[in-house]
Design a protein around this ligand. Structure first.
Ligand code: HEM
Length: 532
């Protein structure tokens, strides 16, 4: 019995577990010898998995065919890199990956320029379950992603650490997301009230009283205000009388996320060159956040937020950890990164859908009316069945974290993707990067039905999901802010549909999704609204 490792064959560029003749036309025997000599000993745990997941048939030559590679004959990964850059430029990376996964089955290998180890892309729930949960210890955040985030989030961030350091970050942050805070909706309510007031003002100021609004830009300001209020006890107040440095903070934050996304996606190449602009943004943002930390530390009794008894302030909880200012600053910027654009993304896409689906608007408004209360509690929002279906559906079709990545920290096994039918386990060498795309998985017709690409909240009536539905990720690194985000988004939608009875699309261009760290809408979300 021979198991061949998952390095690309030097001649054919094929990768996979294989026995028997190499498929390359030229240099066949030589390349095969070379590959076979490199056979790594299969780790004991991998052997256990293989035995459990497959059968002895796995070792038969017929099933040991290489897993698909894409594109073919791309040993160095240059074609893949160029394709990625081109697709990103055309805002079509998700669609390109979807087509590749459709063409190759649900898992394929590709070269990663300029590395030797191949990468894997998968939209197979079993593989994702292994990566995020059952074989969690075998995978970590990839080095390239950590390096891209470091200049902005720092080395203590939950998004730049693995292993014990990550556990420590999570242990510090977790208690701050307690039930009391989640159910304290007053903070969000203040900022959504300002948003509604701004919409009324814009309508009144427009010539025909029917102003065109870019809800994406408005949601972004609102979430910046509400998350800063939640974190520091003081809002950036971009929707009100913000000081100039709040605007600068917002702008630098946007620019930094854009740069980080490019660096993470294009790999090590972009890290060769330093980016003084990014360094400057980072310096400014750290100084901005540190000011709040000092403010709270320096004035424990007089600080403005403490006048508001009962108000939850994330920074207060964080300071209880006794960590240094630098660590606290890393955590604050991380929560800002985690919470702001994700929420903006879901709301923008949701209101884009609502602008072309008056039936859904009417059904949510009926549910609001049936509640019979103007001010919903957290429990009320949780129990609004249709509203929650709508949110789940928005998160399914446009998960803000549309594409995600991990890296094998030891030799391991994925349960599916090998063999002629793609159903055999595959061996994965340490250092291999794995990309999974919730955006693509959520649109699989075999998992979500023939209408998987349609926005249909009613599907959630009977749908039970596990690893095929990943808007908040899964396993030990599942989103900490999930309940907080869902409660916020439910309240914002509730309030807006209480205030406005119709939303009308005001943009003829086809919607284009832009993939950064999070998904956004390239042309924004242009609508007009009718007051209730
Ligand atoms: C609709 C809104 C949100 C979505 C879709 C979302 C999604 C995600 C996803 C997919 C991850 C996993 C990232 C990875 O491991 O690669 C994540 C992690 C995380 N999220 Fe969220 N998130 C949302 C809102 C929030 C909010 C509002 C907060 C906090 C205020 C938050 C805090 C976090 C944190 C701290 C992590 C890191 C968890 C860890 O690595 O252990 N998220 N989120």
């Amino acid at each position: 019995m021979h198991l061949v490792c998952l390095r690309p064959c030097l001649v054919s560029g094929r990768i996979g577990i294989g026995i028997g003749p190499c498929q390359a036309r030229r240099g066949q025997a030589r390349s095969q010898r070379r590959v076979v000599q490199n056979i790594p000993p299969l780790p004991r745990s991998a052997q256990r998995d293989l035995a459990a997941a497959a059968t002895t048939a796995y070792y038969e030559p017929a099933l040991a065919a290489a897993a698909p590679t894409f594109p073919e004959r791309d040993l160095l990964g240059l074609r893949y890199l160029l394709q990625t850059a081109r697709a990103l430029k055309q805002n079509a990376l998700l669609q390109t990956r979807q087509a590749a996964l459709d063409a190759t089955g649900h898992t394929f290998f590709h070269g990663v320029f300029p590395e030797w180890n191949p990468g894997i892309t998968t939209n197979e729930p079993d593989n994702i379950k292994a990566t995020l949960s059952t074989r969690f210890e075998d995978w970590a955040l990839p080095g390239i992603r950590i390096k891209s985030f470091l200049p902005v989030l720092g080395k203590h961030s939950i998004f730049t650490t693995n292993g014990a350091e990550w556990q420590h970050s999570r242990a510090i942050l977790r208690p701050a997301f307690v039930r009391d805070q989640i159910s304290d909706l007053a903070c969000v309510d203040r900022h959504v009230a300002k948003l509604i007031a701004r919409i009324h003002t814009a309508r009144a100021a427009s010539a025909d009283g029917n102003a065109v609004l870019d809800l994406q830009a408005m949601f972004s300001m609102m979430t910046t205000d509400s998350i800063s209020d939640f974190m520091f006890g003081q809002s950036t107040d971009l929707q009100g009388a913000a000081p100039p440095d709040s605007y600068t903070f917002g702008r630098y934050f946007d620019e930094s996320m854009h740069k980080i996304a490019w660096r993470a996606r294009l790999g090590w190449l972009t890290l060769i060159r330093s980016d003084p602009e990014l360094d400057e943004y980072s310096r400014f943002m750290r100084a901005f956040v540190t000011r709040f930390v000092h403010d709270v530390q320096g004035n424990p009794e007089t600080n403005s937020h403490r006048g508001d008894k009962g108000k939850y302030v994330f920074l207060d909880e964080l300071l209880k950890s006794g960590e240094s200012d630098e660590v606290i600053c890393d955590h604050l910027l991380s929560i800002f990164t985690a919470g702001r654009d994700t929420t903006t993304s879901v709301l923008s896409y949701l209101f884009f859908e609502l602008s072309r689906r008056p039936d859904i608007v009417a059904t949510i408004r009926d549910e609001i009316r049936d509640l019979g209360r103007d001010d919903p509690t957290w429990e009320d929002l949780r129990n609004m069945r249709y509203l929650n279906w709508v949110l789940k559906e928005a998160l399914r079709l446009n998960p803000p974290v549309a594409s995600n990545q991990r890296e094998a920290v030891r030799d391991t096994v994925l349960p599916k993707g090998g063999g002629a039918d793609g159903k055999s386990p595959i061996f994965v060498r340490k250092g291999t990067s794995l990309r999974y795309l919730p955006w693509v998985i959520h649109r699989r017709k075999d998992l979500f039905g023939e209408d998987a690409e349609e926005f249909r909240p009613e599907r959630w009536q009977d749908l039970r999901v596990t690893y095929e539905y990943l808007p908040f990720n899964a396993g030990p690194r599942i989103c900490i802010g999930q309940q907080f985000a869902l409660a916020q988004m439910a309240l914002i939608t509730f309030r807006l549909l209480q205030a406005f009875k119709a939303i009308e699309r005001r943009d003829d261009r086809p919607p284009i999704q832009k993939l950064g760290i999070n998904l956004s809408m390239l042309y924004g979300c242009l609508v007009s609204v009718t007051p209730a």
